[in-house]
Design a protein around this ligand. Structure first.
Ligand code: DER
Length: 230
């Protein structure tokens, strides 16, 4: 459908930025998966060579293994030249909400490590104010979710435990933690302040606000029926 065509176009555009010899951060989610597939095809065709991937989730590891993309761990690499990842919301200052796929812990580690962090979104992700429609994910230690929920409430956040679909009970992250999805009534007008405040709560590992990390946002859209990237 239209959104898939926009995602396909923006994933292809981002893959153009990958050069042979690069260490590339591989994001998570459906748009990043399309980028990983495009990278795999370029390595298979010989158009690219000597690329090492650093993944941000089990999703990325499985896909890279299927495609034969060599991987290294964060501790094994000296640098990440370029990281490409999706987002759930992008505001006009390029501040993001990520974590729709509950992968934001490793995604933020890779994004901040990368020389250049490129975000690939379809145009439905562009918002004026974060968190008016997409909930903010917060990864918490399983034993702490209720007290973190209470502390978020004291900050004006309505936090709900993210429940799994194909597993009984809550979603368990790649790190073995749980996720609270949080709604601030008026949205998030100061992402920097809130990102720090949430991560300072005991029991919180990471939240999905990506502040002052993004170098470029590639937006896929459909113009006159054709996919276009800007
Ligand atoms: O979970 C994540 O952070 C993903 O990157 C998400 O933000 C975007 O996923 P999508 O490309 O499937 O919409």
């Amino acid at each position: 459908d239209l959104q898939d065509r926009m995602k396909q176009a923006v994933a292809a555009a981002a893959t153009e930025q990958i050069k042979s010899g690069m260490v590339v951060g591989l994001g998570s989610g459906s748009t990043a998966a399309l980028m990983i597939q495009a990278l795999g095809a370029k390595l298979k065709s010989g158009e690219l060579s000597d690329v090492v991937g650093v993944t941000t989730s089990f999703q990325g590891e499985v896909l890279a293994a299927e495609l034969g993309i060599p991987l290294k761990s964060l501790n094994a690499i000296e640098r990440i030249d370029l990281a490409i990842d999706g987002a759930d919301e992008v505001d006009p200052a390029f501040q993001l909400i990520k974590g729709g796929g509950a992968c934001h812990v490793q995604e933020k580690l890779v994004a901040v490590r990368a020389e250049r962090f490129v975000v690939v979104v379809d145009s439905t992700k562009l918002v004026d104010t974060l968190n008016l429609s997409f909930l903010l994910p917060v990864e918490v230690l399983p034993g702490a979710w209720r007290q973190v929920q209470a502390q978020l409430a004291a900050m004006g956040g309505d936090a709900q435990l993210r429940m799994a679909v194909k597993k009984a009970g809550p979603v368990v992250t790649d790190q073995g933690n749980l996720v609270l999805d949080v709604k601030f009534a008026a949205g998030i007008s100061d992402p920097a302040e809130l990102e720090a405040a949430i991560n300072n709560l005991p029991g919180v590992l990471e939240n999905g606000l990506f502040v002052n990390i993004t170098d470029q946002v590639l937006v896929g859209e459909i113009v006159d029926g054709e996919p276009r990237v800007r």
